[in-house]
Design a protein around this ligand. Structure first.
Ligand code: PEP
Ligand code: MG
Length: 837
C-alpha cells in the first residue's frame, strides 16, 4: 500500500455510464455494497481500472476484486444475478494474488450467452471498504475502456475498526440464500453485524472471515444450504449472534425463499388413494368449493408474411399497456406497504423490458411473424433456457415469464377480460400466474391447485400473503378431472380430495367455522363502540389510502378514518392532480365513511416517500430533509391547492386536518392562519379541526405548547421510532430493533399525552403500533384515546380494548417506562396482558 491516498480509476468496460441509483437491483442501487458506478457494457472484456492486486475471484467467475495501491478494495461485478450462471459464459484471465497493471484483461465473457441468461448486463464497480474511501464520478454519460471513470480518495481520520478481543459466543446456521453467500447476502450480513457493538466472524471449512469484510466472506465460497459457524465477541455478542444466525437462514426480501421441500416443477408426485391427488403445499390452509378450470390462451398457427412495421407497433402498444398495468399493481402494493407484492411486480416490469426477450421478438417480427407469435415464441425460448439449467429455482421463474407472455398476447388479441368465477371456487390450472392470482383473489377464489409450479414461485408467495391455500406440482392428472361437485383442498396435508362425501364436507366446514369463530365473534362486535371494562371509550379508526380502503374500513366497523395518507392517493400518477381531482378523492373517502370523522393528512412527501409528479432535489439525508410540513412551506401554491380542496368538501366539519412532521409551534400557527384566510375566501365559517402529528421527538417534547394551539395530536409511531432510536425505519438489518415499544419511544408517547391533557386535547396513534394488540393496553394506559389501525384489524383491536381495565393499564404502562429495552417491554406486556395470543 502506498501513501498516495488518491487514485484515478479507468473504466473497466466501454458503454453508457449509470449512477448506482439507476441500477435495477435494490442492493446495488441502495449503496449497501458501497459507493461506485455502473456501466452497461458494449464490449466483452473487463480490464483492470488501475494497478493493484487481485484479492478475490468469485468461484462463479462473474466478479473480481482488486486492491488498488492506495488500499481501496474494488469489486467489479459483471451483470445482475449472474451468480446463477455458475460460471457459464465467463473466462478468468487472472488468479487471486496476481498483480495487474491498468488496462490488463481480468475477465472475458460471452455477451450473447450471458445477456440471454441474466437479468441485465449492467456491470458495477464498487468500493467495498468505502468506510475508508470515497468515490467521485469523473465520466460523463459514456466511456470507453481505460478512460477516467472515478476518483477514489481516502476519507480523512477514518481508521479501520480495531478487532475487539474477549469472550466469544458461537453458533451454526444453514445458509438459505439462493446461490450461497455471494455479494448480496454477504452485504446483508455485514449490514446486520453493523447494528451491534461487537466483532463477528464466519468460519467455513477451516477458513475464517471477518463479516465486516465482504471480500473475505465471499472468498469463503459458501454454497447454498452449507453449514457455517458464526463467532461473535464484544458487549452485544449474544444479540449479534442471534441476528446473524437468523440473517444467514432467512432469504433476502425479493430473493426467493427456499422451502423445506422444493418440488420439481416437472415431475408430479405419485397419486394417493383413489379420489385423492397429492401436491406440494405452497400456501397452507383448508378450503372446499367447486373445482373450476382456468383457461389459458392457445394461439392458432401463424401463416407469417406480416408487415413488420405494423407488428412492431402492435407489440410496442401491447407492451406499453402491460407496463402500465404492472406499474399500477406495483403502485397499489406500495400504497399498502406490501413490499412482497411490490417486489414481485417490480421484477415483472424488469422482465418485460428484458432486452433479450424484446430483441428475440423483434427479430421474428422482422422475418414476418405476427407480434403475438413472435412474443410467445420469445417467451418460450427464454423459458427453455431457464429449464435447461436444471435448477428448480430458475425453472420457477418460467411461470413469471409465461404470465408476461399471456398478458401481452391478451393485449394483442384484444381479449383483456377474463372469465367470471363462482365465489369460493378451487381454481385448477397447469400454472397460475401472479396476475391471475390477483384477479382470482378479487373474485373470491377459495384455493388454488396447479399441475406444475413450485413452492418458491412468486405466485406461491402471493398466495401465502393473501391466505389462499395453494398446492403445486400436482401433475397432469389434475387437469383431467371432471369438474362437477365440491372438492376439499387440504393444503396443510398436501392433498386435494376429489370426491368428499357429505360427512367430510361438513367436517371441513365445521373446521373452517371453528377457525374463523374468533374472528367472526370479533367482527360481530366490530360496529359497536369499544369501551374498556370500566367504561372508557376508545375510538378505533382505520388508516386508509383511498375511498376503496375507506369502504372496507367502514364495513369492518371503523369508527372513522384516523389517517388518510394523501400522498398515496395519487401515487401512480405522473401528473399532479388538480384541485377538482383532489376534492373528488377526499369527498369519496368522506362519503365512504357514513357519518364518521375522517382525518386527512396533508401531503407528506420526501424521505422514503417519493411521487413521480413531484420530483424532489436529491438530498444527502432525505429523512432529515425537506419532508412533511417543511415541503408544504417550500411549495405554498401546492399546499394552498390542497387546503382549498379540503375546505370545499361537503360536511367539512367531518373532515379533520393533520399536519405531518411538525417540529415547532410556528409551523402550526402559520397553517392555521392560512386555513382561516382560505376559509374566509371560500365563505366557510367553520374550518375543520387541525391536528398535529407527533412523529419527531421535538414534537413530543413540545406537546404542551402544540396542544395549546392544536385540536388534537396524533402519534406517528413509525417515524417517532425512527427519529428517537436513530434507526432507519426501512433498514433491513435493523428491522427487528426499530420497535415502537422501546421504553424511550413510550416515554415520548407518555409525554405527548401529558402535554395534551394540560389543554384538554385528545391523543390518537396512527403509526403501526396502534395495530399491534400487544401495545393496546400500553397506549391506553399512557393516555391514548384513539387508535387508527389497518382496516382488517378493527374488530380484533376493539375486542382487545374491551378486555382491558383502564386503571390497571395506567399503572402497568408507567412501569414499562423504567424497563431497559423493547424486548423487556414486550415480555412484560405478554405477562401482564396475555390475551394477545
Ligand atoms: C408514522 O410515521 O407513524 C405515520 C403514521 O406516518 P407515515 O408512516 O406515513 O410516515
Ligand atoms: Mg410519518
Amino acid at each position: 500500500m502506498n501513501n498516495n491516498n488518491e487514485v484515478t480509476l479507468g473504466a473497466p468496460l466501454s458503454g453508457p455510464v449509470l449512477a448506482l441509483a439507476q441500477v435495477p437491483d435494490p442492493v446495488f442501487a441502495s449503496g449497501t455494497l458501497g459507493e461506485g458506478i455502473a456501466i452497461d457494457p458494449i464490449d466483452n472484456c473487463l480490464v483492470a481500472p488501475c494497478a493493484g492486486e487481485i484479492i478475490h475471484l468469485a468461484h462463479t467467475l462473474h466478479a473480481v476484486t482488486l486492491r488498488a495501491d492506495n488500499g481501496a478494495e474494488l469489486l467489479m461485478h459483471l451483470g445482475l444475478d449472474t451468480v446463477q450462471l455458475q460460471g457459464q459464459g465467463f473466462t478468468a484471465q487472472v488468479q487471486p494474488g496476481m498483480r495487474v497493471s491498468p488496462g490488463q484483461p481480468l475477465l472475458t465473457f460471452d455477451m450473447d450467452q450471458v445477456a440471454h441468461r441474466c437479468t441485465s448486463l449492467i456491470s458495477l464497480i464498487v468500493v467495498t471498504n468505502g468506510e475508508h474511501f470515497c468515490a467521485e464520478r469523473l465520466a460523463a454519460s459514456h466511456v470507453n475502456a481505460g478512460e477516467p471513470l472515478l476518483r477514489i480518495a481516502a476519507r480523512h481520520g477514518h481508521a479501520p475498526r480495531s478487532v475487539q478481543v474477549g469472550e466469544a459466543v458461537q453458533g451454526v446456521a444453514f445458509v438459505a440464500h439462493a446461490g450461497g453467500l455471494h455479494a448480496r447476502p454477504a452485504a446483508r450480513l455485514r449490514e446486520i453485524a453493523k447494528g451491534f457493538d461487537c466483532t463477528a466472524q464466519l468460519s467455513y471449512h477451516g477458513h475464517l472471515a471477518d463479516i465486516d469484510s465482504l471480500m473475505s466472506v465471499m472468498a469463503l465460497g459458501v454454497d447454498e444450504h452449507a453449514q457455517v459457524q458464526v463467532i461473535c465477541r464484544g458487549p452485544q455478542r449474544e444479540a449479534a449472534l442471534a441476528a446473524l444466525l437468523q440473517g444467514l437462514s432467512t432469504p433476502i426480501a425479493g430473493e426467493q425463499p427456499i422451502p423445506v421441500a422444493v418440488a420439481s416443477t416437472l415431475s408430479p408426485l405419485p397419486a394417493l388413494a383413489a379420489g385423492l391427488l397429492a401436491g406440494i403445499c405452497a400456501a397452507p390452509g383448508l378450503a372446499s368449493g367447486p373445482l373450476v378450470r382456468l383457461g389459458s390462451i392457445t394461439l392458432p398457427a401463424d401463416p407469417g408474411g406480416h408487415a413488420p412495421g405494423e407488428q412492431q407497433q402492435a407489440l410496442a402498444t401491447a407492451l406499453a399497456a402491460v407496463t402500465r398495468s404492472l406499474e399500477h399493481t406495483r403502485a397499489k402494493a406500495r400504497q399498502r406497504h406490501d413490499s412482497t407484492e411490490e417486489a414481485i411486480f417490480a421484477a415483472h416490469l424488469a422482465l418485460l423490458h428484458d432486452p433479450a426477450l424484446n430483441q428475440a421478438a423483434e427479430a421474428a417480427i422482422t422475418k414476418g411473424s405476427a407480434a403475438s407469435h413472435a412474443w410467445s415464441n420469445a417467451i418460450d425460448a427464454q423459458c427453455q433456457l431457464l429449464l435447461d439449467t436444471g435448477k428448480p429455482l430458475l425453472a420457477e421463474r418460467t411461470n413469471d415469464l409465461r404470465d408476461l407472455g399471456q398478458q401481452v398476447v391478451r393485449e394483442l388479441l384484444g381479449d383483456c377480460g377474463r372469465m367470471p368465477l363462482p365465489r369460493g371456487a378451487i381454481v385448477v390450472a397447469r400454472e397460475i400466474t401472479p396476475s391471475d392470482l390477483l384477479y382470482l383473489n378479487s373474485q373470491g377464489a377459495a384455493g388454488l391447485c396447479m399441475a406444475a409450479g413450485g413452492a418458491t414461485s412468486h405466485v406461491a408467495i402471493l398466495a401465502r400473503a393473501k391466505a389462499l391455500p395453494c398446492l403445486v406440482a400436482m401433475g397432469e392428472a389434475l387437469l383431467e378431472q371432471t369438474l362437477d361437485g365440491a372438492v376439499v383442498l387440504d393444503a396443510d396435508n398436501g392433498r386435494l380430495e376429489l370426491t368428499p362425501d357429505s360427512h367430510r364436507l361438513q367436517q371441513v366446514s365445521d373446521q373452517l367455522a371453528a377457525h374463523h369463530a374468533r374472528h367472526q365473534a370479533q367482527q360481530a362486535q366490530a360496529h359497536a363502540p369499544a369501551h374498556t371494562l370500566d367504561g372508557t371509550t376508545i375510538e378505533v379508526a382505520a388508516n386508509v389510502a383511498g375511498a376503496q380502503d375507506a369502504a372496507l374500513a367502514h364495513q369492518a366497523g371503523a369508527d372513522g378514518v384516523g389517517l388518510l395518507r394523501t400522498e398515496f392517493l395519487f401515487a401512480d400518477r405522473h401528473v399532479a392532480p388538480d384541485e377538482e381531482q383532489q376534492l373528488a378523492a377526499y369527498q369519496a373517502v368522506l362519503d365512504a365513511m357514513g357519518d364518521n370523522p375522517v382525518i386527512i393528512r396533508t401531503l407528506d412527501v420526501g424521505g422514503d416517500k417519493q411521487l413521480d409528479y413531484l420530483p424532489l432535489p436529491p438530498e444527502a439525508n432525505p429523512a432529515l430533509g425537506l419532508r412533511g410540513i417543511r415541503m408544504a412551506r417550500a411549495n405554498p401554491a401546492l399546499f394552498d391547492q390542497q387546503l382549498r380542496a379540503l375546505l370545499r368538501t361537503r360536511q367539512p366539519h367531518r373532515c379533520r386536518l393533520l399536519l405531518p412532521m411538525v417540529t415547532e409551534v410556528d409551523e402550526l400557527l402559520q397553517i392555521r392562519q392560512r386555513l382561516t384566510e382560505l376559509a374566509g375566501e371560500l365563505g366557510i365559517d367553520s374550518p375543520p379541526q387541525v391536528g398535529v402529528m407527533i412523529e419527531v421527538p421535538a414534537a413530543a417534547l413540545l406537546s404542551a405548547q402544540l396542544a395549546e394551539h392544536a385540536d388534537f395530536l396524533s402519534i406517528g409511531t413509525n417515524d417517532l421510532s425512527q427519529y428517537t432510536l436513530a434507526m432507519d425505519r426501512d433498514h433491513a438489518g435493523l428491522a427487528a430493533r426499530v420497535d415502537a415499544l422501546h421504553p424511550a419511544v413510550l416515554a415520548l408517547i407518555a409525554q405527548a399525552c401529558d402535554g395534551a391533557r394540560q389543554h384538554g386535547r385528545w391523543v390518537g396513534v396512527c403509526g403501526a403500533l396502534a395495530s399491534d394488540p400487544l401495545a393496546t393496553p400500553v397506549l391506553i394506559g399512557l393516555g391514548v384515546r384513539e387508535l387508527s389501525v389497518s382496516p382488517p384489524q378493527v374488530g380484533e383491536i376493539k375486542a382487545r380494548v374491551r378486555s382491558l381495565d383502564l386503571a390497571q393499564c395506567q399503572r402497568l404502562a408507567r412501569e414499562l417506562l423504567t424497563l431497559p429495552g423493547a424486548g423487556a417491554v414486550r415480555r412484560a406486556c405478554e405477562q401482564y396482558w396475555p390475551s394477545a395470543h
